[in-house]
Write a protein that binds this ligand. Structure first.
Ligand code: UDP
Length: 331
């Protein structure tokens, strides 16, 4: 298949691009490089430096290629930032997705995979969280993914576009070859920050809150390896051939507290990783763990990296060999 990957220079998009190419698909990456890295894009992918807000450029893109499917990763992704600057998220994420879907409809593309989020489950009634849980976005960022999921529902009704929304829990780890990995600036995610402490780039980790309703008082999250996420995208793209749209919650199904992540990183890196306790971070909930039974049953997906230690090992392999990421950080 010929697949358009928006945001293919970003963390998850670059890993999925890699898998698509390994499986013999043709990939066109469309990325504005605001957060992505040109060096993260597989050399066999066609790279187009472009923005989803540029409708003329999108028209040219769809006129130049006939796509069998689209995977849409390009978006701002920070929960906290979306509450400080909601307009950035509402304008760029919602307008960007609207422009993309308009181009997809005009070009009669039939398959679409959306990078969605566990931030749709702000106050989960049941842990682990399955697809029947009410959708309550926890932030403006989550709201933009909620809107994207709703837009897709209408696209199916109006244009027969078959879609799959993949609601990720905590994407983490890196390609085991160590040539691509996570490189955000500024970094806000737990595992890369812990590993920056191990690299000596930070003095300590600040744990955001110690009084959560969990056994050790720190938040519990479901860390899923980025290549397990990638596999799910490829399986979903193939599954859409049956003409049925779907949504899946995607996690490894195991929850780890912040302290357990730190302990694992200490074991992997051999570094003491000093820590301090700070204030709670706005928007954090006690426990987020996925119930991914539906994608397991329907598509036969299962995570290969089912131990946190393996996930942290792959992340460490990337960070220690690329302490400054792709080397193009914009300050
Ligand atoms: N966290 C922390 N200190 C940090 C970064 C993250 O204590 O410097 C905690 C955060 O409060 C959350 C967990 O680590 O409970 C995972 O945070 P991350 O930002 O990686 O992912 P999120 O769950 O917010 O998507």
């Amino acid at each position: 298949m010929k697949v358009l990957v928006t945001g293919g220079a970003g963390y998850i998009g670059s890993h999925v691009t890699e898998l698509l190419i390994e499986r013999g698909h043709q990939v066109v990456v469309y990325d504005n490089l605001v957060a992505g890295h040109r060096a993260a894009v597989h050399p066999h992918a066609t790279f187009v430096h472009g923005d989803l807000l540029d409708q003329e450029q999108l028209t040219d893109l769809f006129a130049s290629h006939t796509f069998d499917g689209v995977m849409h990763f390009a978006s701002h992704i920070l929960v906290g930032e979306s509450m400080q600057n909601p307009w950035k998220y509402l304008r760029d994420n919602v307008a960007g997705t609207t422009n993309l879907l308009e181009a997809v409809a005009s070009a009669h593309v039939r398959r679409f995979i959306l990078s969605s989020t566990a931030n749709l489950f702000d106050k989960p009634q049941h842990i682990p969280i399955n697809e029947d849980e009410p959708l309550i976005p926890g932030s403006v960022y989550g709201e933009t993914k909620f809107i994207a999921e709703r837009m897709l529902m209408w696209m199916d009704k109006l244009y027969e576009l078959k879609y799959c929304c993949l609601r990720y829990f905590n994407a983490s780890g890196a390609h085991p070859k160590g040539h691509i990995g996570e490189d955000h600036y500024p970094e806000t995610h737990l595992i890369p920050i812990v590993l920056q402490v191990a690299l000596g780039q930070r003095d300590h980790l600040t744990i955001y809150g110690s009084d959560y309703n969990t056994p050790d008082g720190t938040c519990i999250r479901d860390y899923i390896h980025v290549l397990d996420l990638g596999e799910a995208h490829i399986m979903a793209l193939e599954a859409l051939a049956d003409g049925r749209s779907r949504v899946y919650n995607l996690g490894s199904g195991s929850g780890y507290s912040v302290l357990e992540v730190v302990e694992t990183a200490r074991a992997v890196t051999g570094h003491p990783i000093p820590l301090q306790y700070g204030q709670r971070r706005s928007g954090d909930v006690d426990v987020l763990v996925a119930d991914s039974s539906r994608i397991k049953q329907e598509l036969g997906w299962s995570p290969k990296y089912d131990h946190l230690q393996r996930i942290v090992e792959t992340a460490w392999n990337w960070h220690k060999n690329h302490p400054y990421g792709f080397g193009d950080r914009k300050k």
